[in-house]
Design a protein around this ligand. Structure first.
Ligand code: NZQ
Ligand code: ZN
Length: 388
């Protein structure tokens, strides 16, 4: 049942080959001091940096740089960024990069004027910001997380072996995002595929919950079919604009709060993946791919009708003459074949995890309660073991 909810998404999107035209329009709405946040340097190689700096200069901005945001951004980097932003008296934060850069920019936006320890406040106590929030804009260069149109911010604390996401309210969403599919052409194949699976996982985490008849599920089945189709094209030809643009648009809608409406949502695959990353620093989407099949084959028995529906409506499995379980399992088999075909990492060993790490990974795993089965520590261990 859909129940009561508020729906509001404040992020303005500029999509397509001309999306950068929107940057100038938006920049004029904000103050002079812009903190330009980016990652390890890919934007300097593919020309995006030059285009952004030109736009900033044209609009008379004072540019302060905060580069070197790593994949899976750390709390240490966030603390350093706060110093820079304060020194710059930043009026605006412009994130140019993938999910890591965008997540980091959001964490920065609520930490610059916070006066408390950001890790403790936002990622342990899950407090909401009470300080001034520096507005953020995003030029997206890598597709997958949906960070361009949501309040999510995932930060890693290596010392505590924790990778935690805080989903902030709409006051922390990017004010605008520039989505030019061509900007993603230079993303390495491994990252592109990882991002594709991240999108799939976001949809499935929301889809595999609830037992009602819900519009959100129908929307998600459509998004999944588009993603599965476009992914096959993109891995063969990464410069296929149609496929890359469809994937980009699907990523945004997979995690911008729309399809979560009326859903309890699971997120257990993400909790497992984030725990793995806290111990290995592995690429986000790959950590999800490596644990997914073991997890879904385990929880399938607790949510059988939905898994059978998934098999039929998303993977085209015929239910004729089959039990619900047979249909459901065939759907997961089809999903696994697709995952292998597009080149995903299918086990944890390849990501640097080993049996000795499993107890620690179990301890780092946050247990969620919205899916078909609330796992205990032993079940988590067994799923991780089956994923090795
Ligand atoms: O750092 P640079 O040099 O930019 O290189 C990056 C990085 O090495 C590279 N890249 C990005 N755009 C490129 C490019 N290389 C060439 N050309 C381009 N156009 O790709 C690598 C990965 O980038 P990253 O931003 O780390 O990837 P992604 O977008 O997958 O973000 C991952 C982070 O987002 C979090 C993850 O946990 C992880 O920390 N997530 C955020 C979510 C949210 N905000 O809602 C939800 C997700 O579930 C996820 O947890
Ligand atoms: Zn994700």
């Amino acid at each position: 049942m859909l129940g009561n909810f508020k729906y509001y998404n404040p992020t303005k999107l500029y999509f397509g080959k001309d999306a950068m035209d929107g940057l100038g329009i938006e920049l004029s709405r904000y103050g002079k001091n812009v903190l330009l946040v980016y990652g390890g340097g890919s934007i300097k190689e593919n020309g995006i940096y030059d285009r952004v700096v030109t736009a900033l200069k044209q609009h008379g901005k004072n540019i302060f740089e905060d580069g070197g945001v790593m994949p899976n951004p750390t709390i240490e980097k966030l603390r350093e960024g706060c110093e820079r932003a304060r020194k710059a008296q930043a009026d605006f934060i412009l994130a140019v990069g993938g999910g890591s850069v965008c997540d980091y920019a959001k964490a920065l936006s609520v930490s610059v004027h916070c006066g408390e320890d950001a890790w403790q406040k936002y990622f342990i106590d899950f407090d909401e910001p009470t300080c001034e929030i520096v507005p953020v804009g995003c030029v997206l260069t890598m597709v997958g997380t949906g960070s361009e149109m949501n309040g999510g911010s995932v930060i890693t604390n290596h010392q505590q072996k924790l990778k935690i996401g805080h989903v902030f309210g709409d006051n922390v969403f990017p004010k605008f995002s520039i989505l030019n599919p061509e900007f993603t052409y230079s993303v390495p194949r491994y990252q592109m595929i990882s991002g594709i699976y991240d999108i799939m996982s976001h949809i499935l985490e929301q889809y595999f919950s609830g037992r009602d008849d819900n519009t959100s599920d129908y929307l998600m089945e459509g998004l999944l079919r588009s993603l599965i189709h476009s992914a096959e094209i993109a891995v063969k030809d990464p410069r296929d604009y149609e496929a890359r643009s469809n994937i980009m648009w699907t990523a945004t809608w997979a995690l911008n709060t729309l399809v979560a409406k009326g859903k309890t949502t699971d997120w257990m695959v993400h909790m497992l993946g984030q725990a793995v990353a806290a111990h290995t620093d592995a690429t986000h989407g790959m950590t999800l791919a490596a644990v997914s099949m073991a997890y879904y084959r385990y929880v399938l028995h607790y949510g059988l009708p939905k898994f059978a529906r998934y098999a039929v409506n998303v993977w085209g499995v015929s239910p004729e003459g089959k039990t619900e379980e047979e249909t459901a399992l065939e759907g997961l088999d089809a999903m696994e074949r697709w995952m292998k075909r597009i080149g995903l990492v299918m086990n944890l060993s390849e990501l640097g995890a080993n049996r000795e790490m499993l107890d620690g990974i179990v301890q780092s795993t946050v247990i969620m309660t919205g899916g078909y089965k609330i796992l205990d520590a032993q079940e988590i261990y067994r799923i991780l073991e089956a994923s090795l």
